[in-house]
Design a protein around this ligand. Structure first.
Ligand code: HEC
Length: 169
């Protein structure tokens, strides 16, 4: 019993020492911590958030095009709204600490994201709320309300990009 405890303690110490040595490497790979505590490479995280924004932009375009029709296909508008709302909910988790420019990776994410996390959350919530309004309008087959919600969605994109995304040169 006692020797088992010692063995466990020794193994823990070895694991700890190994982990610490890993941390002292001269060129630590840029990683952040994933949802379940596992290390995730920053480049993968950045790719995932770019894909998420592309999906948001695609759904936004689909809704916009559907609403240009005299007889809008509200099923398309509703599905796009749900898609935007779901993806808006993923934004915060796709910006873990350490995934900005300091990682050495190419990204347009500004330090303000981590300096002002409450404002960044508000900006992401704004998009989710506007997408929720678009869904309600689509369900009610209300084109005027849907167009208003589209304006709010556009404002949410712009508002966040102005404050948290590096401007294109
Ligand atoms: C909460 C903030 C926020 C909101 C809301 C937001 N964006 Fe962004 N977006 C960003 C940031 C930050 C980046 C830069 C990410 C990077 O380079 O790592 C970005 C990048 C993008 C990109 C480039 C993706 C790529 O391939 O590099 C597109 C396209 C985009 N956003 C579209 C949109 C559209 C369309 C909306 C609204 C429907 C929107 N975004 C709403 C913050 C936001």
């Amino acid at each position: 019993m006692a020797s088992k405890t010692i063995l466990t303690t020794t193994l823990t110490a070895i694991a700890l020492a190994a982990a610490m040595t890993g941390c002292k490497g001269s060129e630590p790979a840029a990683t952040t911590t994933g949802a379940s505590g596992e290390p995730v490479s920053v480049s993968e995280t950045i790719e995932a958030r770019e894909a998420n924004f592309k999906a948001i932009a695609k759904a936004n375009k689909a809704a916009k095009e559907a609403l240009e029709d005299d007889q809008p296909d509200f099923a398309v508008v509703g599905a796009s709204a749900t898609s935007i709302q779901t993806d808006a909910g993923k934004i915060l988790d796709l910006f873990p600490k350490g995934s900005g420019k300091e990682s050495g990776e190419k990204t347009e994410a500004l330090p303000a994201i981590w300096d002002k996390p409450a404002e960044f959350k508000t900006a992401a919530d704004r998009l989710a709320t506007a997408a929720g309004k678009l869904k309600t309008a689509a369900d009610a087959k209300d084109a005027a309300a849907a167009k208003l919600a589209m304006g709010e969605i556009g404002g949410a994109c712009k508002g966040c990009h102005e404050n948290f995304r590096e401007k294109k040169q």
